[in-house]
Ligand binder design. Structure first.
Ligand code: PAF
Length: 282
């Protein structure tokens, strides 16, 4: 496996592979890899000759400086995991190689990023779209893989690819969960023992809502209230949002007609955790 930190070297490497007729897959990450990332890498491996994993803690997608500073960084461990999975290149550039000091062009999505995380983290998706487009431009992969845990991000990237005619196929990786159901996230590593135990309530409340829908509940207001009631039982949890939205447009809905998306964001000891799942009428 090659470790590349220079964007130009990365672009040349990818150009050579494309010229040689090989297919290239990109898995963009911010590192501190966990089983969720590994699933995305395995998916990429199944669909392309060459797999590039990018590892870049993107400063412009973090609102609070503290969140950026405390984001876990585990390069050595990430290197070993990528090597073990047969990754061809780990692309880990430094911020000054990615962003010019006088950068003045950014990518904004204006519809799907209005609600959910876009509302509580202004500028977050501009940061995500800008870095993802830069990575796609550098690597020019045949396909790129993103996880369903960040479903709003996934939908926004799919929309960016559609609207900007980017010649790449986006593959979706299923959310991977801990044995108690907590969605895997690099941020989980920062939770104290007590907070980690509390965190399972996010999954439990989603399961509760799914069951209610299976049993015939159609009112979004009732479903949201039940999730909130469950979450607030734990004093360490601060709710950011609990929403039920159309799973394509991400717009709020009032009743469950066929399928809908339940999405939750909370802070636990000021660590932001998100999760989502589809609510489906049986
Ligand atoms: O999901 C992530 O880890 C990041 O948002 C991404 C897509 C790598 C962009 O920085």
């Amino acid at each position: 496996m090659q470790l590349i930190d220079d964007p130009e070297v990365m672009a040349n490497w990818a150009k050579k592979r494309r010229r040689g007729g090989e297919t290239v897959a990109l898995v963009p990450t911010m590192g501190a890899l966990h089983a969720g990332h590994l699933t995305l890498i395995k998916l990429a491996r199944m669909h392309a000759d060459e797999v590039v994993v990018s590892l870049f803690v993107n400063p412009i997608q973090f609102g609070e400086a503290k969140d950026f500073t405390h984001y876990p960084r585990k390069l050595e461990q990430d290197l070993m995991q990528c090597e073990a999975l047969g990754v061809d290149v780990l692309f880990a550039p430094s911020a000054d190689r990615v962003y010019m000091k006088d950068t003045s062009v950014w990518v904004d999505e204006e519809l799907l990023s209005r609600g959910l995380c876009g509302e509580s983290r202004p500028g977050h998706f501009r940061g995500v779209c800008t870095i993802v487009l830069k990575l796609l431009n550098l690597v020019q992969p045949d396909l790129a893989v993103f996880g369903e845990k960040d479903l709003q991000q996934l939908r926004i990237i799919e929309r960016m690819v559609r609207d900007l005619n980017i010649p790449v196929e986006i593959l979706r990786g299923k959310t991977v969960r801990e044995s108690d159901g907590l969605a895997m996230s690099s941020r989980n590593q920062r939770l104290s023992e007590g907070a980690r135990l509390d965190a399972v309530v996010i999954y439990e409340s989603i399961q509760g809502a799914k069951k209610q829908v299976e049993q015939g509940e159609r009112s979004v207001e009732v479903l949201i209230q039940a999730v909130r009631d469950r979450l607030v039982c734990l004093p360490r949890i601060v709710i950011d949002y609990v929403v039920v939205v159309d799973d394509v447009t991400l717009k709020p809905i009032e009743r469950i007609h066929s399928t809908a998306l339940l999405a939750i964001a909370v802070k636990l000891e000021s660590i932001r955790l998100i999760d989502n799942d589809v609510l489906r009428r049986s």
